[in-house]
Design a protein around this ligand. Sequence first.
Ligand SMILES: [Zn+2]
Length: 293
Amino acid sequence: MRLTGRRQSSNVEDRRGMSTGAKAGIGGIGGIILIAVMTLLGGGNIGDVVTQVVQQQMQGQVQEKTNGKTEFTTEEQELAEFSKTILAGTEDVWVQQFQENGMQYQFPTLVLFTGAVNTACGNGSAAMGPFYCSGDQKLYIDLSFFSSMRKQLNIEAKGDLDFAYAYVIAHEVGHHVEYLRGILGKAHAKMARLDKTEANKISVKLELLADYYAGCWAHYDNEKYQSLSDGDLEEAIDCAEKIGDNYLQEKAQGYSQPESFTHGTSEQRMYWLKKGIETGNWNTTTFAPGELD
Ligand SMILES: [Zn+2]
């Protein structure tokens, strides 16, 4: 990505190195269950783009990082600045898009944390991966997630993974856009009335829609700033493939169970991200008419 000279968002709370009193290090299957419970309670959305894949690896890092460490490496500082720049890009794009559609965009806050964090949706942990909480309209990211993502996903890229990282942030902002449009609230209310298999189908559509909105953001960000470089599209598509539920489950256990999918298959995630980047038409939705009523 070309980001030189771009502004950074000030809608950021830097809580790195702060202790929350919450127990950190939720790993493996526990994290998945916690997310499911938090989502189904309807208190807010825990939308995590690559949650499952990095949980195991994050666990070790979480414990190292909860001892009040407040000094950051150059890489961590660069990632913080990068995240603020991408967030600013989403603000510019969504303010304009909402305006053009007669709506007003409300800025979400990006919370940077290490280890564990208190949110309006309950206690969050780095092991859960980045997530969005509609209860406080904040996106939560432990920046060590990005290095875990790089290792775990083993994403082939010619250069850096900046656009794949931007996709992660834009996906969480995508959940915020869902929230502002009233989609998230309706979807959670519907999920609470359904059994788990049917609720998972709604969850998949929410995640694919967040992927789609991330793509729409990239479309307009590129139009405005010529931010995409050669290989960026392929990089994000490759990332989308490797965070598909089928891909992750097959990698983890040798087979996949479609009824347990919560984020969509590799094919679906690639399809929606790419379609968003190509069209920028964010009035398209992954839901059928009346599906959330
Ligand atoms: Zn999500």
